[in-house]
Design a protein. Structure first.
Length: 211
């Protein structure tokens, strides 16, 4: 059984590792050209077996249909400083030719009832194995740092309360979601100022490094 999971998850692990390098590489390319990177940082994970089983159970996904019906066994996250950075990242992902985008879900213009905001893309990624090429589904979530902060906190609370929040916590989470939204708006307003400061800061850092 353990061996079976190990075999099943191996291409997902490989995909996450490869995509982390590729997507982090996009950030370094911006840095090299000294232009504002729309990507702040990238994380990735393979869903833990227990979480796969829970989700399959909740969504009635038969275990032999996991690879077609569970889109986030392999998951990448790309964090951006500003809401306006998200579109260029999405465009860039669409224009790559090392994978195919099969679905997009825009929870930014259409936030979820919980208050969750993020842009989701599901891609079909070809992994090269010793038995030939395997195409697997990978979910990429693109969000701002503020959206990520909210989602991370809500995710832990969700885990603690198993999705059934006490009324006061639910209310606070909704207010926190609004506050995160306003924070993103405020930051967009002073985006120019922030970026100028960041350019000066990185020039100073470069100077120091070359001294
Ligand atoms: P790195 O790899 O060091 O750069 P869960 O099932 O949710 O309880 P979880 O949260 O997936 O378990 O596991 P874990 O170990 O906390 O997460 C590993 C990394 O993947 C974390 O960043 C998370 O921010 C990120 N991550 C977690 N869940 C998801 C997801 O659903 N989709 C995507 N795309 N990324 C996720 P590290 O450790 O800084 O990453
Ligand atoms: P993990 O690894 O625990 O994060 P569903 O899963 O039913 O919500 P669907 O169609 O499978 O819906 O995919 P969807 O909603 O596009 O993406 C699911 C993933 O988005 C979740 O993965 C979360 O990572 C994130 N997400 C969606 N809604 C919320 C929310 O209200 N709060 C938070 N914090 N994250 C959300 P999982 O399955 O929870 O996995």
């Amino acid at each position: 059984m353990v061996k079976h999971w190990e075999n099943f998850l191996a291409p997902y692990k490989q995909a996450v590792e490869e995509l982390k390098i590729k997507l982090k590489g996009m950030r370094s390319q911006y840095e090299m050209q000294s232009i504002h990177s729309p990507i702040e940082f990238v994380t990735g994970r393979v869903k833990p077996i227990a979480s796969i089983l829970d989700k399959a159970n909740n969504k009635n996904i038969p275990l032999d249909k996991l690879s077609e019906e569970m889109q986030d066994i392999a998951g990448l996250r790309m964090m951006c400083q500003f809401v306006d950075d998200i579109k260029p990242v999405v465009q860039m992902l669409r224009s790559r030719n090392d994978f195919e985008v099969v679905e997009e879900r825009d929870y930014i213009s259409q936030k979820k009832e919980s208050g969750y905001r993020s842009y989701h893309m599901v891609i079909k990624y070809p992994v090269q194995t010793i038995d030939g090429e395997k195409k697997i589904l990978v979910e990429i979530q693109i969000r701002t740092l503020a959206m990520n902060f909210w989602a991370t906190v809500e995710h832990s609370l969700n885990y603690k309360y198993r999705g059934i929040f006490p009324k006061d916590i639910e209310l606070r989470l909704q207010r926190a979601a609004e506050a995160a939204f306003r924070l993103d708006e405020e930051m967009s307003q002073i985006r120019g100022e922030i970026q100028e400061a960041q350019v000066i800061f990185s020039r100073k850092k470069e100077q120091k490094d070359s001294d």
